[in-house]
Design a protein around this ligand. Structure first.
Ligand SMILES: C[S@@+](CC[C@H](N)C(=O)[O-])C[C@H]1O[C@@H](n2cnc3c(N)ncnc32)[C@H](O)[C@@H]1O
Length: 476
């Protein structure tokens, strides 16, 4: 049992009124008090599920599949005190994301249908569990705009995108209310994983209710109404949107969905989720939303609704002052030069749907689909910084390796466990009996972990300073 759990009476009274008849209040309270099962999602941008399972098996991890996400697994009996999951070599290399199982539902629902996805918006994205999940389904193609209102949380989002090798993203730092006016009818799919009162997170966080009150629920539902209207305007006719929260009350869930339907009528079509996976029925409401009480799948509480915009609702773009953009698209010869050098020095190539852009000496790749909307909104960061150019060529970046290298390129060198520890601690390494020249992709257990440079029998460490850490305890 969770030791310090406090569940407010008004909340329990409310749940009693909305709990479906096939569920019991006793089970609900007991489930809230049970600590949460740990779960993770394999990052298929970096490793196949098959290879990950082999590696997990070698480490003695016991994984069981999450039924609604092909890449999701529960991790049974993991001893978090010995090696915190977030400090394992596999996590640092971006091979998985620690994500609660029910929080994998919204992206599964959003991207279930095989539709063309040129532009996707994640309107409330930090820390990025679902952004990285979307990027993996898109396989780094198309454009994924990841927006977050809190500047400090944008930094965490950015770090997670880098760790997971996401290349097709463009980050923005706005109140999500701006998208409907600034980018109307722009996105094929939108995830609104809304800020909410977090009632479903009690199993993870004993303090989940410390700021909870009936009034605060009303406040936050006003924001949610504004955000869903904005998202609906930003959606292309024919596009799909998922509205999700990690809370349980109707005001922040069902009522928000009915509000958008009342506002836009026939243009809103609820798309039932009862067949999203085997057993989904157990959480399905009459409208076809998933209202996941924690005892149903032994998970966090969650709510997921999917809707389609069947027709335009006459959204209009608000005119803005033209802004100066400091990047220029590389001329064809310039881009060829960069890509040829990337191939020749490291054996790497960029995703099909991206192009080379230049700012002074910096060389970047941007998803092609961002080009049409560049004048409309200020981006904090787009795509990937590939290199810095200098007189003799290019200085490739750590993130280039983390995003583009697979570990099977000719320029890779496999480090011993001792050398990998040295690498993560920011030190140069001397692989036994080897001498080389030029740049080299360093790998640990066949996964790229950075870029170094041979200086005779030593590889100069290229790990960015902010990633240096004492990993002596964690890497085995
Ligand atoms: C439920 S969390 C998102 C979790 C995230 N989707 C994930 O899966 O990792 C909601 C996020 O919305 C942000 N937020 C709050 N108000 C917002 C607003 N008006 N516009 C956009 N984002 C907002 C919060 O800072 C928070 O990071």
């Amino acid at each position: 049992m969770h030791p310090n759990i406090k569940i407010p009476e008004p909340f329990l009274n409310q749940i009693e009124q909305i709990l479906p008849s096939h569920l019991s209040m006793t089970d609900f309270v007991e489930a809230c008090k049970r600590p949460l099962r740990r779960s993770l999602r394999v990052n298929t941008l970096k490793i196949s599920v098959e290879d990950f399972l082999e590696r997990a098996n070698e480490k003695g991890w016991k994984l069981s599949p999450v039924p609604w996400c092909d890449n999701g697994f529960w991790l049974d009996d993991y001893d978090e005190d010995t090696v915190p999951l977030g400090n394992t070599a596999e996590h640092m290399a971006g091979l998985f994301y620690i994500q609660e199982a029910s929080s994998m539902l919204p992206v599964t629902a959003l991207l279930e249908n095989d539709i063309e996805l040129n532009r996707v918006l994640d309107m409330a994205a930090a820390p990025g569990s679902k952004t990285t999940q979307i990027a993996a389904v898109l396989n780094n193609e198309g454009l994924l705009v990841a927006n977050e209102y809190s500047a400090s949380r944008v930094k965490v989002l950015h770090a997670n995108l880098l760790r997971c090798g996401v290349v097709n993203s463009a980050l923005t730092n706005y109140d999500g209310r701006v998208f409907g006016d600034w980018l109307p009818e722009t996105f094929d799919a939108i995830l609104l994983d809304a800020p909410c009162s977090g009632e479903g997170t009690i199993r993870k966080d004993a303090d989940a209710f410390s700021n909870w009150s009936l009034e605060s629920v009303q406040d936050i539902s006003n924001t949610q109404r504004d955000l869903i209207v904005s998202a609906f305007h930003a959606l292309k006719p024919g596009g799909t949107m998922v509205y999700s929260t990690c809370t349980l009350n109707h005001d922040e869930n069902q009522h928000i969905c009915h509000f958008i339907k009342d506002t836009f009528g026939e243009a809103v079509e609820f798309q039932p989720l009862n067949e999203l996976f085997e057993g989904a029925d157990a959480a399905c409401t009459e409208e076809g939303f998933l209202h996941v009480f924690p005892q149903i799948f032994d998970s966090e509480g969650f709510f997921v609704a999917r809707l389609k915009k069947t027709e335009s609702v006459g959204s209009e773009m608000v005119k803005k002052r033209p802004r100066k953009f400091p990047f220029q698209k590389a001329k064809p010869k310039e881009a060829d030069d960069v890509l040829k050098s990337l191939d020749e020095t490291l054996g790497l190539s960029i995703p099909h749907s991206s192009n080379v852009w230049i700012r002074d000496k910096e060389v970047w790749i941007f998803p092609e689909q961002v080009e049409g909307i560049l004048p409309e909104i200020k981006f904090d960061r787009i795509g990937l910084k590939l290199a810095e150019s200098h007189k003799k060529g290019y200085r490739w970046q750590h993130e280039t390796i983390m995003a583009l290298a697979k570990g099977n390129e000719p320029k890779c060198i496999e480090l011993s466990v001792e050398d990998a520890k040295e690498w993560y601690m920011g030190r140069d390494i001397r692989p036994e009996g080897l001498i080389g020249s030029g740049e080299v992709i360093v790998c640990y257990r066949r996964q790229p972990i950075g870029i170094g440079k041979w200086v005779s029998n030593r590889i100069k460490n290229g790990l960015p300073r902010e990633l240096v850490r004492d990993v002596n305890l964690f890497i085995q």
